[in-house]
Design a protein around this ligand. Structure first.
Ligand code: AMP
Ligand code: ZN
Length: 478
């Protein structure tokens, strides 16, 4: 039974979808810059939810928006549009900015084995749907007009604040009085803003030229593609108090229905215990990590090791640890692939059900990884390799291709090693011996001395003596 933590109830709830397909909306990127590793943590979380659902046999209808208009520098309707600002600074149009960073974003998703949702839509393609929603809210009396645009009247929606557990009469996050003195409540938010003549992105409406607020985009697009009520909505914890609160208010005021059954939020990634910020110079991208020698799978493994509802502190030391662990994992998988032991059916079923119980407990991937390690440290068995590949449908850590790559590298190395008896002076080593040597070197690296001794015995049986020196292993015939 799959259980998901619902931010709305602050409880783990049993998952039961509204229809045949699981409908899931994920707030997508605002494409004004390269996505950073914190953003990527958010999408690895989205991907894990999707993978667990698929593993449970559900068919997915997921969607992600790409915000290319309306997201102002502050979430609370202040400042310039982020894309307009980035365009002005780079001497490009907002459209060029959007194209550049949308491309880079999806390239990063692919590198990280994040399966893109089934539906991807740009906000600027759906201005009509957003306007329809604004008209609807005005007609129903949930919105009002001011001199700079149309605002949502939160006092008309008494449950406003339920997701973030804030009361209307308290200081609501994101509330700003000074933005527009005509606002009825400081936390009323813009649905539509009038565009001054020089504003680059603007569209005609009943109220003249303008552009949509950021929040209305997710309500309008979610409803359009997934229906008035859908199963799951994901985003980062920063979205809880403003963006998602506003989304609930807009959607539910317009339709009178519950918009989302399960609200799921991923915790933030911090860097060296603090906020990631450009001014601190600690905002990294996947490409930058790549240049420093950390692969996308090293980073993915690093993220998966911490539950999505816990803060994750990024340090290069921790990423380095993840890299070593991932490498070790692939080496062990390689041994299992060639392993001769058999698991009995009961053991296989037990591993599988333990795995399912972990991932179905609110996507507990760290626990599932723990189980994988326990499995890999037992007898070398092809059955374990097969189970690991099955689990990798959820992990998405590219086990199969990484193992193939490693095998190819080993073969290459073994060939290069041939002729290295006694430091290179003797006859070429038989392939089987160099393979065993390679495995033994790995076992020693992993401090698996029992395995290392066993391999020494196997090498001896083939007529060679292996000696350990401070520079590693050397081998002598006889
Ligand atoms: P944005 O492009 O700013 O709209 O953000 C895209 C996604 O990344 C959103 O779901 C945010 O909640 C999430 N996000 C932003 N910063 C971080 C961070 N430091 N850690 C985790 N998620 C983040
Ligand atoms: Zn959104």
């Amino acid at each position: 039974m799959l259980k998901l933590y619902n931010t709305l109830s602050r409880k783990k709830e049993e998952f039961s979808p509204l229809g045949d397909n699981v409908t899931m909306y994920s707030c997508g990127p605002t494409v004004y810059n390269y996505a950073h590793i914190g953003n990527m943590r958010a999408y690895i979380f989205m991907d894990s939810v999707r993978r667990v659902l698929s593993y449970n046999g559900y068919k997915l209808k997921g969607m992600m928006n790409v915000t290319d208009v309306g997201h102002l520098v502050s979430d609370a309707d202040e400042g310039e549009d982020k894309l307009v600002k980035a365009g002005r600074e780079a001497g490009l149009t907002p459209l060029q900015i959007a194209e550049k960073y949308t491309g880079a974003f999806f390239a990063d998703l692919a590198k990280l084995n994040i399966n893109s949702p089934e539906i991807i839509e740009k906000a600027s393609d759906h201005i009509d749907s957003m306007l329809d929603l604004v008209y609807n809210l005005l007609d129903k009396g949930y919105a009002y007009r001011t001199n700079d645009g149309i605002y949502f009247d939160i006092a008309k929606f008494p449950t406003y604040g339920a997701l973030s557990r804030q009361k209307l009469d308290e200081n609501i996050a994101g509330a700003r009085v000074d933005v527009n003195s005509e606002k009825r409540h400081p936390a009323d938010f813009a649905l539509w803003k009038n565009a001054p003549k020089e504003h680059i992105m603007q569209w005609p409406s009943r109220f003249g030229q303008g552009y949509p607020g950021w929040h209305i985009e997710c309500s309008a697009m979610g409803m359009k593609f997934l229906g008035e009520s859908f199963d799951i909505h994901t985003g980062g914890v920063d979205h809880i108090p403003i963006h998602h609160e506003n989304e609930i208010a807009q959607s539910e005021a317009a339709t009178g229905k519950t918009a989302v059954k399960y609200w799921m939020h991923g915790e933030f990634m911090q860097v060296e215990g603090g906020k990631m910020s450009k001014s601190l110079g600690n905002v990294y991208t996947i490409s930058q990590l790549g240049d420093m020698g950390y692969s996308p799978m090293d980073f993915r493994y690093f993220c998966l090791n911490t539950h999505y509802r816990k803060k994750l502190n990024f340090t290069f030391e921790a990423l380095g640890g993840a890299k070593t662990a991932y490498d070790r994992l692939i080496n062990l998988l390689l041994e299992h692939k060639a392993g001769g032991n058999k698991l009995d059916e009961g053991q296989k079923a037990a591993y599988k059900s333990e795995f399912l119980a972990a991932v179905n407990d609110d996507i507990n991937i760290p626990m599932a990884l723990g189980l994988l390690w326990t499995m890999l440290k037992s007898l070398f068995s092809r059955d374990i390799y097969d189970l690991a590949l099955n689990f990798d449908r959820v992990f998405g850590l590219g086990f199969e291709s990484a193992v193939v790559l490693k095998e190819a590298k080993r073969t290459e190395k073994a060939r290069a090693n041939d002729g290295c008896i006694d430091g290179g002076a003797g006859d070429p080593l038989p392939q089987g011996v160099s393979d065993l040597l390679e495995q033994r070197s790995l076992a020693r690296k992993n401090k698996d001395f029992a395995q290392s001794d066993k391999l020494r015995g196997e090498i001896a049986a083939l007529g060679f003596t292996v000696l350990d020196t401070k520079d590693g292993q050397t081998i002598k015939r006889g």
